[in-house]
Design a protein around this ligand. Structure first.
Ligand SMILES: [Zn+2]
Length: 296
């Protein structure tokens, strides 16, 4: 089979062609500006690729909040986003008008979670959490092999965390006084320390604080979701020193409360994204495959 993949991000749209093995034949990146400007470029790309060979289905993993309920009249629409031109815009309908083939859709982080479960470090597991820590923080969750949507879809990046003493005024989320994204995403690090995360590698206090917030959130996720593995991706997690700090703090904060083989083996439990930052686009390939299976 030949699948189209669209990882629709707030800053760029990654379009790719691949197959069910997760192999990506090629991919391009288009800046996310307005739907009027960006969508025709995406459609043009897939039209061009269609001329080279039939595309069986397309998978889309979109920035949110996005309506991921197939039974909803606004299924496939971006909802109440601060990116105003995209508010109430249906990415799904725009694609459907040009491509009468099965199209699967989910959130960007659920896409990455699915990518890791199908092709990466969560292969064979059915309850997994994928957390991205970058310009924002978000989490994709699968329980019992199914990606979680629930009422809307999880927005786990905005869970409330206790501010560390002396850091009470540093949350930059416009909605919350002390949420994980507002305290620990890339822009928050940059605002607090006056430098981009990538330029702060040798400042141990930066990573001590960052790992404190992430570990606190992860303990809450473990206690609530009970994932078999937690995968941490996104730009901030390219700071590899964070992993050992986070694992140690999770063990400390858990304080022996949960005893499972997974909790005894933190190096295998909390792991980096494994697909060279292609987990999102590879998840789209799997979403396309699932959409095709559902319609045939
Ligand atoms: Zn928030």
């Amino acid at each position: 089979m030949r699948y189209g993949a669209l990882e629709a991000g707030g800053t760029k749209m990654v379009c790719a062609i691949g197959d069910e093995t997760g192999r990506i034949y090629e991919q391009i990146s288009i800046p996310t500006t307005t739907p009027e400007e960006t969508m025709p470029k995406i459609i043009e790309y897939f039209k061009m690729k269609e001329q080279e060979g039939h595309i069986d289905a397309i998978g889309v993993a979109a920035f949110g909040p996005v309506d991921v309920k197939p039974e909803s009249p606004t299924y496939g629409s971006i909802l109440d986003t601060p990116k105003l031109p995209w508010r109430n815009f249906s990415i799904l309908n725009a694609l459907k008008e040009s491509f009468p083939i099965p199209i699967g859709l989910d959130t960007d982080v659920n896409g990455s979670c699915l990518g890791e479960m199908t092709y990466g470090s969560a292969k064979g597991l059915d309850s997994v959490m994928y957390i991205t820590i970058g310009t924002g923080i978000g989490a994709g969750i699968a329980i019992g092999g199914k990606l979680v949507h629930g009422m809307l879809h999880p927005e786990a990046g905005h869970i409330l965390v206790a501010p560390v003493a002396g850091d009470e005024k540093h949350c930059i989320c416009p909605y919350h006084k002390n949420c994980l994204e507002g305290l620990a995403a890339g822009p928050s690090i940059e605002k607090r320390w006056g430098e981009k995360a990538a330029n702060l590698v040798n400042r141990t206090e930066v990573w001590e604080l960052e790992s404190e917030y992430l570990a606190e959130a992860i303990v809450n996720f473990i206690l609530t979701v009970s994932p078999q593995r937690i995968i941490l991706g996104g730009g901030v997690m390219h700071q590899e020193q964070l992993f050992s700090l986070i694992r140690r703090k999770v063990v400390e904060k858990m304080n022996g409360y949960i005893r499972t083989p997974e909790m005894e083996d933190m190096d295998c439990y909390i792991v980096p994204a494994s697909l060279h930052d292609d987990q999102g686009i590879m998840g789209c390939i799997r979403l396309a495959e699932l959409a095709l299976q559902q319609e045939t």
